[in-house]
Write a protein that binds this ligand. Structure first.
Ligand code: DGJ
Length: 691
């Protein structure tokens, strides 16, 4: 519940350890007061009583770096969060209307001529959710050139440092930290999807370590193009502005009476270092974002790396029998089961089973899989079409294109224009039909190319397709989930190209990366864990040498322990695995099922990063804990250091389930645990139970 000052002009939202406060001045300017440790209303009022800024020259604005949501126009030089144009004018000169505290949500309403702007704030745990609603209350259309979700303001500090997660296909979520210098650092995607290049997340600190110090984090919940701009202003303040769309060239045209709700831009403050910030993000997503997060995800088998496009019903049934024998709980047929899809050149858009490969549809295979005691899943890529498809032959105008221009193909495919209602209806009918035609429990939803020709020749405002594509995708997923509540969904975009809080609120897990090499994965998973929980992070054990990428040879042990740090899956060609390998795989899967509640629901401590050469993560839940540790390469004379554990009770004793040895909590916390790792690419799992 927000706390409100008697004069109705100062508000505080508080979580278990933090507070966020804002104030409306006598001149109706909405000013940021505080984001950090928990404070009282009296503290916020004291902050509100301070003068806005020292009187500067005519070249400085007293508002810059202070406002909650800087609009375009007036005495401001910072990046505007809102830029609006009508036939008559550009910019915003708003006046305050009123506020409303509704449960844990605070709404502040402003108005400018025909435009109503509502700023929303909601505290969930220690995460502040912010978003903005814009409504055209005038009679003429109004163009939103830019409508960011929020602007965050950090306190004055020396030497801010920026953490970000950058990458590319098969090398996603690489963590990097660099000093923030004056000016702006802008990250985002102009690709139509979240992108492999950056996760929509930033963290700011000055001197934090993994377990100590102040960290601010912001993450955007939007699965299309987006932008986050981090500005180091001249007076040591930092502002972070983010929202949908990459540039300011036009987001939507709002007709009279229409409104636009921005995605949520969430933020948190933690004084428990990067690890504490991650645990707050993870707890928030499990509690408020991920659907049915309290249900553990099953161990899956996925056919992609085992059979690629060369699939048949009998061959998949053979794999299913082997998968069931090693303890797999969900069998997923990846690409190649539909239309004329015998390679990546054809078939996308035609969502009926391939008659040569599945002469009686998918039901017989689904039944076989169910009879083996597993759930059944399929792969789809609904937003795309191959020119070589019945759909494209019938509707060449259903794709994004610019008239008179070439249609750019990537992976032999074009992007359907999901902003069109007929396309939306086609996809609903075919996907709903598909899920009704066979007992499907799981859908892997892929997206394998970026937007390039985002045109819509017949539409008066084609620019809108960037936003409307995402809105249509969300609506379709929502509709399918409502009609098929037993079906779980995985978000995939050539691996980790569509991972953000928006898609995670509509899917049960995400495909982290097409890179299934277990060593490369440690870096990817380290970055991923900065923001997202293991509960959604799918990870497969594939073949050695790695077929998809780098040919690296690694033991089953190393591959399993690497993948067991998330939602375990198996993606190797089981028909080629020896009896010994299958038996060993069964033991790892059994072990994973035991530790699964800790991994998927527990608190994560990153004990040592992959860059250290030997690395480890620890999950803690109640009286139990599990450590997963990896050694990349042993060097003579450089013993693997003892691992200091976290999150244990120093006064308690813990029994190691692997060896039966008993350790004092204080000793594990302060002196650490010695691991018997040796050689190259070694790994271990250590389970501890409080006694
Ligand atoms: C890209 C995905 O990331 C892979 O796992 C696989 O599903 C292929 N697409 C199939 O085309």
């Amino acid at each position: 519940m927000p706390e409100i000052a008697d004069n109705g002009r100062t508000w505080i939202l508080s979580g278990p350890t933090s507070s966020y406060a804002l104030h409306l001045t006598e001149a109706d300017e909405l000013i940021h007061l505080h984001w950090g440790p928990g404070i009282a209303l009296a503290d916020a009022e004291a902050l509100a009583a301070l003068p806005l800024s020292e009187r500067g020259a005519s070249f400085e604005s007293p508002l810059d770096g202070r406002e909650e949501y800087p609009v375009e126009g007036g005495p401001r030089f910072v990046r505007p969060a809102l830029s609006v144009r009508t036939d008559e004018r550009r910019g915003t000169e708003w006046s305050y209307q009123d506020f409303e505290a509704d449960g844990d949500e605070l709404r502040l309403r402003f108005r400018d001529a025909g435009l109503a702007v509502t700023l929303h704030y909601r505290m969930r745990g220690d995460v502040v959710e912010r978003w903005t609603t814009l409504r055209n209350e005038g009679e003429r259309p109004l163009e939103l050139l830019r409508a960011d979700s929020a602007t965050w303001t950090l306190p004055e500090r020396d030497d801010w440092r920026l953490s970000q997660l950058h990458g590319r296909w098969a090398a996603e979520s690489r963590l990097t930290r660099s000093p923030l210098t004056y000016g702006e650092k802008v990250i985002g995607s102009r690709r139509g999807h979240t992108g492999h290049q950056h996760l929509p997340w930033v963290a700011l600190d000055t001197d934090a370590t993994e377990e100590r110090g102040e960290v601010y984090g912001c993450a955007l919940g939007w699965s299309g193009s987006w932008r986050i701009a981090v500005a180091q202003l001249p007076d040591a303040r930092v502002q972070i502005t983010g929202g949908a769309g990459y540039d300011d060239s036009g987001l939507l045209l709002l007709a009279a009476g229409e409104s636009f709700t921005t995605p949520v831009f969430a933020g948190l403050w933690s004084d428990a270092g990067f690890g504490g910030a991650s645990r707050t993000w993870h707890a928030y997503q499990r509690a408020y974002v991920v659907p049915d997060a309290e249900q553990d995800r099953p161990v899956l088998f996925n056919s992609w790396e085992a059979t690629y496009f060369d699939i048949s019903e009998e061959q998949q049934a053979t794999l299913a029998r082997r998968a069931a024998a090693i303890g797999v709980e969900l069998f997923v047929v990846d690409d190649g089961w539909f239309g004329a899809r015998t390679g990546d050149h054809a078939g996308l858009g035609d969502w009926g089973p391939n008659p040569d490969r599945f002469p009686n549809g998918l039901k017989p295979l689904a039944d076989t899989v169910h009879d083996l005691g597993m759930q059944f899943g399929i792969w789809v890529e609904p937003e795309m079409v191959n020119p070589d498809s019945d759909l494209y032959r019938a509707h060449p105008d259903w794709v994004q294109f610019q008239s008179g221009r070439k249609r750019t193909e990537f992976r032999n495919q074009l992007v359907l224009n999901l902003a069109r209602e007929d396309v939306q209806e086609y996809l609903w009918e075919h996907l709903h039909g598909l899920l009704s035609s066979a007992p499907v429990d799981y859908v892997k939803w892929d997206f394998n190319r970026c937007f390039t020709d985002a045109g819509w020749p017949d539409d008066p405002y084609p620019q809108r397709l960037w936003v409307d594509h995402v809105r249509a995708l969300y609506a379709l997923l929502d509709r399918l989930r409502a009609a098929h509540p037993q079906v779980a969904f995985e978000s995939c975009s050539g691996g980790g190209g569509r991972i953000d809080l928006g898609i995670i609120s509509r899917t049960d897990q995400v495909w982290t990366s097409d890179n299934t090499d277990p060593l490369d994965r440690l870096d990817i998973q380290h970055g991923f864990s900065q923001i997202h929980p293991a509960r959604v992070m799918a990870a497969w054990v594939t073949d050695s040498p790695n077929t998809q990428l780098n040919g690296r040879v690694s033991s089953l042990r190393f591959r399993f322990v690497s993948a067991m740090a998330g939602v375990l899956g198996v993606g190797g060609d089981l028909s080629e695995w020896s009896d010994e390998e299958l038996a060993e795989a069964r033991r790892w899967v059994d072990l994973y099922k035991e530790i699964r509640p800790l991994v998927q629901q527990g608190d994560l401590y990153r004990l040592r990063p992959p860059a250290a050469g030997s690395s480890a993560v620890q999950y803690v839940r109640g009286d139990e804990s599990v450590v997963l540790a990896w050694l990349q390469a042993q060097r003579f004379g450089e013993p693997v250091p003892a691992l200091r554990l976290r999150g244990l009770d120093p006064a308690a004793s813990y029994e190691c389930r692997e060896t039966g040895e008993v350790y004092r909590g204080a000793v594990l916390l302060h002196h650490g645990l010695r691991l018997g790792l040796r050689g190259d690419l070694d790994a271990t799992v250590i389970r501890l139970r409080r006694i």
